[in-house]
Design a protein around this ligand. Structure first.
Ligand code: MN
Length: 334
């Protein structure tokens, strides 16, 4: 088994001014970093993380991937701690490495995902390090509810926010014919699993076209966030080392028909004002322990607080009415 074709595509989407996603498509190494932070800090974070991979030598195995991602974390964290304009920035990172024996090693931090299409079935390989991901794993939230959850952009781990980061790594058994997808949440939040599955199944003969179709689907669903998708396939054969020639056919367009598609008949939104407040879907990092505490506090207090406030309002209104009635009666009595 060996690496076959690959394709990559990134797009700012329809609502964001810049593109804070970065990616690496350097077969047999593939990665996506989805940056966050004020101003352009998100772009800086994801570019620094991707740069760490670009500078790497070829190694193999889970330990190697974990070290690569740790190195990316060090670079982002160091910059964030020394350059005030990037303070607090961070990025997700999901890396896939096709080993010389054809197996696949994945390492990740955050909510950028890896999927596999085997036959007709799409399967998510990574567990999101996100608030809703944790709740779904604990059985406290259904996967359907998670898709529409207002806090679905809260991630519990990111590169750059701490000197050390906990990296998840695992090895994936592979079969010839497998098609792998790595993507940022700008795709997985906007397009449901079934649609991604259908696009990959139908787009199989032309991976570049399939990557373009994924971006298009996310934009048609609203394009709320930057969208990045990387596709690669494993094929029969035992020639490790040099990947398939066609693997180099990927393209990286930055402004083309994906963002403004003629048949959509929709104009893109006007450029955002500089002072525009952060959109609701902006990613932020909250450690899992803090989420536990917040959820517990919310469960304890929220209902009483709501009832208390309503009771108080009723009492105030009742008191006002009593005063008015008293004044009227007093006026009549005179
Ligand atoms: Mn994103």
């Amino acid at each position: 088994m060996k690496l076959g074709r690959s394709a990559a595509r990134t797009d700012p989407g329809r609502k964001r001014r810049g593109n804070e996603d970065s990616f690496v498509c350097r077969p047999p190494l593939f990665a996506i970093a989805d940056g966050m932070g004020g101003a352009r800090a998100g772009e800086v974070a994801s570019a620094l993380a991707a740069g760490a991979l670009e500078d790497s030598n070829h190694g193999s195995g889970e330990r190697y991937l974990s070290e690569l991602i740790q190195e990316a974390n060090r670079r982002v964290h160091e910059r964030a701690s020394t350059d005030a304009s990037t303070s607090g920035m961070g990025t997700t990172m999901t890396v896939a490495l096709v080993e010389s024996d054809g197996s696949l090693t994945i390492g990740h931090v955050g909510d950028s995902r890896a999927y596999r299409l085997r036959g007709d079935r799409l399967e998510q390989l990574t567990d999101d390090h996100s608030l809703v991901g944790e709740l779904v794993r604990r059985g406290e939230l259904s996967p359907e509810a998670a898709e529409a959850h207002p806090q679905r952009s809260v991630i519990t781990r990111a590169l750059g926010t701490d000197a050390d980061v906990d990296v998840d790594t695992f090895s994936v058994e592979t079969e010839a014919g497998d098609l792998y997808l790595i993507c940022s949440d700008g795709l997985s939040d906007m397009v449901d699993r079934e649609t991604i599955e259908r696009i990959l199944r139908d787009g199989r003969p032309d991976l570049d076209g399939a990557a373009r179709a994924l971006v298009q689907a996310a934009n048609r669903a609203g394009g709320e966030d930057n969208i990045t998708a990387i596709l690669f396939e494993l094929v029969e054969g035992d020639a490790p080392g040099e990947p398939d020639e066609r693997t180099r056919e990927f393209t990286v367009p930055h402004d083309d028909e994906d963002t403004l598609h003629p048949e959509d008949g929709v104009l893109p939104p006007p450029p955002l004002e500089e002072a525009e407040p952060a959109a609701a879907v902006d990613t932020m990092v909250v450690p899992a322990e803090e989420i536990d505490a917040a959820m517990a506090a919310q469960a304890d207090e929220a209902p009483q607080a709501g009832i208390g406030r309503r009771l108080l309002a009723l009492l105030v209104i009742a008191a006002l009415i009593a005063v008015i009635v008293a004044l009227v009666l007093w006026g009549l009595a005179r």
